[in-house]
Design a protein around this ligand. Structure first.
Ligand code: FRU
Length: 466
């Protein structure tokens, strides 16, 4: 047996033998997290022949970013996921320093992954190959580099997201031009192997975007409710008082893609999430026509090595799967409807916030009808303050004693809150705003309301996924 096969089989055995450590109360009950090592971006999200597949950036060897494999889960219901053998390992000259992020397509009944091969050069420089990996009859992926370094760009060129439109394949690709401005490129191919650059469709100093970042990572473009939505993650955007507060940003544009001209007139950059940890989301179209999204509950270079799960040998988790829509000029996100099946014992309460019972917040869902100002304390580590201006979400600092605050502005009428050990996802006003954050309570957390607002609460404990 080759070394490669042996390593793949060993990793698969480790994944399937994994049991939650009883002392590790930050391990999620039903969100996806890596068995060991560091996980970052979701990759290759697709419903293929009826089954959902979600790949992910994974370093199984250490809790750092030194190497990147593609891990692989699959599911029929978006709740219960099974470990599949590792899909990609950085073992070829064209991906030796990492099988970086990318997507998956169904090429006439064959599952094909499209990803970036990262190759480090001398002086910390790098080059990149865009690669495809076709699934063979044994279920393994045969890799091939199809596109080398593009003229006019630095080696920071990665994260292909590919889709089919009419008779051709199209790709959006993150790139950095020679003036170190972040750009999103559009490319076209008849066969996934030969690619033609159509042009730059968005980025720093394009249209009226102004100077806005040195790299726009992980682009994703799709048509939804009459708009072409371009999601991307700009790096190098200055923080403002109440926005762009994470190390790197994640947001979207609404526009109309001209496939012939490679032109994309679009509106302003809008944030996709207002919490502490959300990055590199990826979407797919389900068989029943829903645009689904999964994001990474992490941000590169943002306090990740202060997270206490490090002592249990793992870092980061995925967001829950979400359904997207566009209404009134903005993107809405709600938890995928499948998640309702996680609900177990329910409870209802109504009255002044400070008269409501204390709830277990370890693995729970709350629906709140809101009128007035109130606060929620979760595990004495995370605080949600709701007043007429909007929401302030504060958490105990990870690497400093200062509280870290994030904001959503607007009148709050409804909240849907998902809690899972060390994460919170807050869907505001049916998904008009979302705040996604990690937090690390010392024990299994409780949730306490205070304030004079009148609230109606529907509460459920959520069961573990299988
Ligand atoms: C985003 C990112 C991508 C890259 C990958 C490497 O988090 O930096 O641009 O492909 O992670 O793991």
């Amino acid at each position: 047996m080759s070394d490669k096969h042996l390593l793949k089989q060993t990793l698969h055995a480790v994944m399937n033998g994994y049991r939650r450590h009883p002392a590790d109360h930050h391990r999620p009950h039903w969100h996806l997290s890596p068995v060991v090592g560091l996980m970052n971006d979701p990759n290759g999200f697709i419903q293929f022949q009826g089954r959902y597949h979600l790949f992910y950036q994974w370093n199984p060897l250490a809790c750092d970013h030194s190497t990147k494999f593609w891990g692989h889960w699959s599911s029929t219901d978006l709740i219960n996921w099974q470990h599949e053998p590792v899909a990609l390992m950085p073992s070829d000259s064209f991906d030796i320093d990492g099988c970086f992020s990318g997507s998956a397509v169904d090429d006439n009944g064959q599952l094909v992954l499209v990803y970036t091969g990262n190759v480090m050069l001398d002086n910390d420089d790098r080059t990149a190959w865009q690669c495809i990996a076709r699934q063979n009859e044994q279920g393994e992926f045969d890799k091939q580099a199809v596109l080398g370094q593009l003229q006019g760009y630095t080696g920071h060129i990665r994260d292909p997201k590919v889709w089919r439109h009419e008779e051709s394949w199209y790709m959006v690709l993150a790139a950095q031009d020679l003036q170190l401005r972040g750009k999103v490129l559009l490319l076209k191919s008849p066969d996934l192997a030969s690619w033609t650059l159509l042009g730059e469709i968005a980025g720093s100093q394009l249209r009226d975007v102004g100077t806005f970042g040195y790299m726009w990572e992980c682009p994703d473009l799709f048509n939804l409710d009459g708009h072409d939505v371009l999601i991307s993650c700009p790096q190098g955007v200055d923080a403002e008082e109440r926005r762009y507060l994470n190390q790197y940003q994640c947001g979207y544009l609404l526009g109309e893609l001209d496939y012939q001209k490679g032109d994309y007139p679009h509106g302003p950059f809008l944030e996709l999430d207002y919490g502490h940890e959300f990055y590199a989301p990826q979407t797919t179209l389900s068989d029943d026509g829903r645009r689904l999204l999964v994001g990474w509950m992490g941000v590169p270079d943002q306090d990740e090595f202060s997270q206490p799960t490090l002592k249990h040998g793992w870092l980061h988790m995925m967001s829950c799967p979400r359904e997207l829509s566009v209404r009134e000029g903005q993107l809405y996100q709600v938890p995928a409807r499948e998640l309702v099946a996680l609900r177990t014992a329910g409870q209802q309460a109504e009255g002044r916030a400070d008269s409501l019972p204390v709830f277990s917040a370890d693995s729970a869902e709350l629906l709140l009808q809101v009128a007035g100002s109130f606060e929620i304390d979760i595990g004495e580590t995370l605080w949600l303050k709701c007043d007429p201006d909007g929401i302030t979400l504060s958490r105990k600092g990870l690497s400093s004693p200062d509280e870290e605050r994030r904001y959503w502005s607007g009148a709050v009428e409804k909240l849907q809150i998902l809690l899972d050990s060390s994460s919170i996802e807050i869907f505001i006003n049916d998904g008009a705003g979302v705040m996604t954050s990690r937090y690390f309570p010392e024990e299994r957390p409780e949730l306490r309301f205070s304030g004079s607002a009148t609230l109606t609460v529907d509460y459920w404990q959520l069961r573990d996924s299988e």
